[in-house]
Design a protein around this ligand. Structure first.
Ligand SMILES: Nc1nc2c(c(=O)[nH]1)N[C@H]1C(S)=C(S)[C@@H](COP(=O)(O)OP(=O)(O)OC[C@H]3O[C@@H](n4cnc5c(=O)[nH]c(N)nc54)[C@H](O)[C@@H]3O)O[C@H]1N2
Ligand SMILES: Nc1nc2c(c(=O)[nH]1)N[C@H]1C(S)=C(S)[C@@H](COP(=O)(O)OP(=O)(O)OC[C@H]3O[C@@H](n4cnc5c(=O)[nH]c(N)nc54)[C@H](O)[C@@H]3O)O[C@H]1N2
Ligand SMILES: [Mo]
Length: 778
């Protein structure tokens, strides 16, 4: 277990950020043994023009030229990568896979950086060393033995660079499949699916400068003090300027209340802090669609009243007339919507909806941001479409200081999709790829993440290759995912650190150690930079500065090129691509990307700008790439028959809705430590937040241990045992807990309509007092 001290629950009353954040940074640097001069130099090079892009998250930087921007999340990510700890061949010789499976996720990654390619040996149940060329040949042999290329799945986690990702998709498509499950299938997919239907592009419309100009900010379903700390600087400035900030979240996340900026000498020295949100709205889990519909209804009603009174219009009638389609039907639906369902399904009072609407209609420049609280629900696509429609009512898209701001997770998750990691590619893109590279690309859609697990379970997928990530732990329905991975002929992980996906392996299995972004990537053409796209569509270059963790680590791009070379030399699909030539000098890959995408014009030249360049987002320019050529209003009914509704019909009030989120000390499946400081949880992770009245209703007590069982209708038992109940300020009927411990509870078949994102924030569950009651923790 983590050496995090005694387990305790203790209310946190300080602001987020501040000295507490600095202290934890120091602790992390010491833990990873990087607190010497070199470690600090590494941190100071983060997000500098000649340094590396922070692997922490996808939030942009001001021009990439600011002095070192302090961020606890970034420091932890960098320290975890720059750690001095190493997993050696000797380590693998000492442990069988069965033994390693007994270790926690924290312990597995805490062994440090992987140093040599390893292959699974079934006789000893151990990973043993393999030379790189043999590893590539093993992959080629498996891939070429498959009767159908669709029997291989190629997963990408969002840290892969544009160069590695582009080469990967090119290889996979020339090999013959569009099977690209990726982490964004579990993340912002509903954004990427929803926004094209309304505004034409599945990306945000704002730039950082808009945060200086907005007067109103709505923060939907995200926890920036933990997950995007650099965003807190923008929120702090906006608040100080007098912008109105509203947090829409079932939890009163500490960082949304008060924040002390470690960048501000004044706040640090005086122990001061800045109020962030002036208003909190606490919807029930999944209640945002109904809530947004309520604001839309009220906004239209206020406009109707203004028309009747001959007063100034509330709607931006000019924008609606000039730029949108479908308004009349949309408005009629909103007018006809009953309040009972709005209030009942959102869990927000009529008075609060009125307050929220008043803030909205007073705002002259409104930005709406959102995270996983909106995307990981059954009706996520509808929610995001309605949110964009709400913004359209007052012309809050494509105007300075206003717009849509989906806040992405992984540092290059947006870029990976841009350069072709997409199981549903458009024909236009494939046409272009075929033209440039002279081969026949597969046209039928491939497996997404959920589809990939299903295909493995059904024996349709036999080879799994992961470019980063931790597929087995990030995906839903853990025991079934484990079965799925174990049914493969071959599993391959291109990876920096040991994780459970390496242990839940196919008949043959490879662990291929790769360079992190902080490390010098030297190829025949010299030291290479890679490029990434942030959450606001800015593309910039990143150069590693540290010595590689091991001489045997290869870059992701080089590994991909070698797999492609080994595999494709035995296949015949159009012109031979010079894979290894591309990997010698990544600017050649960027030239190739430029040939496929007009938006990357002068790619190599434009990344020499310190801040990189903006890819251009049509909706920001009020150019609507939709079927109507306009921004579309779309009617969505409030869903009244979801799995939650159906389960509640059977179990009544005892049925609870569970959300699974991140603690402060984790990066997705990477557990840095056992504390969730701002929520007052220390030294432990198996906790469940629950409302006081629900505790009473269920006859349970704060400090008791419970087992959690999902309610689903396929006869499969889904349970996660041994969680400590923590009385918490959370709406009734809602529970909160951490991922990935609770992933066994998420049914694989429970996903967002149209986007197929697992519904990790709305799992119908029942609580049972656990047979084993541990000692009560204070
Ligand atoms: N330190 C750190 N940084 C990270 C990550 C990490 O794990 N650790 N992960 C990265 C990744 S990949 C991602 S995608 C982002 C994730 O960053 P977030 O989007 O902040 O994700 P979560 O931690 O899952 O938090 C979801 C928030 O939504 C709220 N919420 C849950 N359900 C609902 C709902 O139905 N409605 C509303 N309105 N709110 C709801 C929760 O209370 C919580 O505050 O962060 C990225 N950055
Ligand atoms: N229940 C529940 N499930 C969820 C979520 C949730 O909120 N609730 N969130 C979902 C979301 S938003 C996401 S994005 C996914 C995340 O899913 P993934 O992206 O698959 O998971 P990570 O935990 O980010 O991957 C961590 C691993 O990546 C490897 N790694 C780290 N850096 C590098 C690198 O530079 N290169 C390479 N090649 N490998 C590297 C390390 O080996 C590390 O163990 O999880 C999803 N799953
Ligand atoms: Mo994510």
């Amino acid at each position: 277990m983590a050496k995090a001290g005694k387990a305790k629950i203790e209310t946190y009353n300080n602001p987020a950020g501040g000295w507490g954040a600095l202290k934890y940074v120091a602790l992390n640097l010491v833990k990873e043994h990087v607190a010497d001069g070199k470690g600090l130099r590494t941190l100071l090079s983060q997000n500098q023009p000649d340094g590396f892009d922070c692997p922490g998250c996808a939030w942009p930087d001001r021009e990439h030229t600011s002095t070192f921007e302090f961020c606890e999340n970034g420091v932890k990510a960098v320290a975890a990568e720059a750690t001095k700890k190493r997993v050696t061949n000797d380590f693998f010789a000492r442990h069988t896979v069965a033994e390693l499976m007994q270790q926690s996720d924290y312990e597995l990654e805490d062994h440090g950086r992987l140093t040599a390619p390893m292959v699974y040996d079934a006789v000893s149940d151990k990973y043993v060393p393999i030379a790189w060329p043999q590893a590539f040949e093993l992959i080629a042999r498996h891939l070429n033995a498959l009767p159908d290329p669709d029997m291989a799945d190629f997963y990408v986690s969002g840290r892969a660079s544009n160069e590695a990702a582009f080469l990967f998709q090119l290889f996979v498509r020339q090999y013959g499949t569009n099977n690209f499950p990726d982490c964004s299938n579990m993340c912002h997919e509903p954004t990427s699916v929803g926004l094209p239907g309304t505004v034409g592009v599945g990306k945000g419309t704002v730039l950082l400068d808009d945060f200086d100009l907005c007067d109103t900010l709505f923060l939907f379903g995200q926890n920036p003090a933990t997950n995007h700390p650099r965003m807190m600087g923008e929120l702090r400035h906006a608040s100080k300027r007098g912008a109105t900030i509203v947090a829409i979240n079932p939890l009163k996340e500490r960082g949304l209340e008060r924040f002390a900026d470690p960048q501000s000498k004044m706040e640090m020295l005086t122990m001061g802090s800045t109020q962030i949100s002036s208003m909190f709205i606490h919807p029930t889990l999944g209640g945002d669609l109904a809530l947004i519909k309520g604001v839309i209804k009220r906004t239209i009603e206020l406009d109707d009243e203004a028309v009747a009174a001959g007063a100034e219009r509330v709607l931006d009638v000019q924008f609606i007339a000039e730029h949108t389609s479908g308004f009349e039907e949309f408005a009629a639906d909103a007018r006809a919507q009953n309040w009972e369902d709005i209030i009942g399904e959102s869990g927000v009072s009529r008075a609060d909806i009125e307050k929220l609407t008043q803030v909205y209609v007073r705002g002259k420049a409104v930005i709406a941001t959102w995270g996983m609280g909106l995307t990981q629900h059954k009706h996520a696509v509808g929610t995001i479409q309605l949110l964009s429609n709400m913004m359209m009512l007052r012309g809050n898209i494509g105007r300075p200081g206003a717009g849509l701001c989906p806040v992405r997770g992984h540092s290059n998750v947006q870029g990976d999709r841009t350069v072709g990691i997409d199981e549903k590619p458009t024909d236009a893109f494939l046409d272009r790829l075929e033209q440039v590279f002279e081969f026949k690309a597969p046209r039928h859609h491939g497996n997404d993440t959920v589809g990939s697990v299903m295909a493995m379970l059904e024996g349709r997928t036999k080879v799994f290759i992961g470019l980063g990530g931790n597929f087995a732990m990030a995906t839903p329905d853990t025991p079934r995912t484990f079965d799925a991975m174990r049914s493969c002929n071959l599993t391959v992980h291109i990876t920096t650190k040991l994780n459970r996906s390496h242990l839940v392996h196919g008949k043959d299995a490879l662990i291929l150690p790769t360079l992190g972004r902080t490390e010098i990537d030297r190829q025949a053409g010299g030291a290479q930079g890679v490029t990434v796209e942030d959450s606001m569509s800015m593309v910039h270059v990143s150069y590693g500065i540290n010595k590689p963790a091991s001489e045997l680590c290869m870059s992701e791009t080089a590994i991909v090129a070698h797999i492609a070379e080994a595999t494709m030399k035995h296949r015949n699909n159009g012109k031979k691509i010079e894979w290894l030539w591309y990997a010698e000098d990544y600017s050649r890959i960027r030239d190739a990307i430029e040939k496929v995408y007009d938006s990357f014009k002068d790619y190599n030249q434009r990344i020499t700008n310190p801040g990189g360049f903006h890819l251009g987002v049509a909706s920001r320019e009020r150019v609507w790439k939709t079927d109507t050529g306009k921004a579309n209003f779309v009617v969505h009914a409030i869903p009244l028959d979801t799995p939650i509704h159906r389960a509640r019909k059977i179990h009544g009030d005892k049925l609870m809705t569970l959300m699974t989120t991140r603690s402060h000390d984790q990066y997705n499946t990477t557990i840095y430590g056992m504390d969730d400081r701002y929520r007052g949880v220390f030294g432990q992770r198996r906790v469940i937040f629950i409302n006081k009245q629900d505790l009473e209703m269920l006859g349970l007590k704060d400090g008791e241990w419970v087992d959690v069982v999902s309610v689903w209708d396929d006869g499969i038992e889904r349970r996660a045992d041994g969680f400590l109940l923590v009385e918490y300020d959370i709406p009734r009927g809602c529970l909160g807990s951490y991922y990935p411990e609770t992933n066994p509870l998420v049914p694989l078949e429970s996903f967002a309509d149209k986007a197929r994102t697992p519904t990790s924030k709305s799992i119908p569950v029942l609580l049972h007092r656990a047979a084993v009651q541990h000692a009560k923790v204070a």
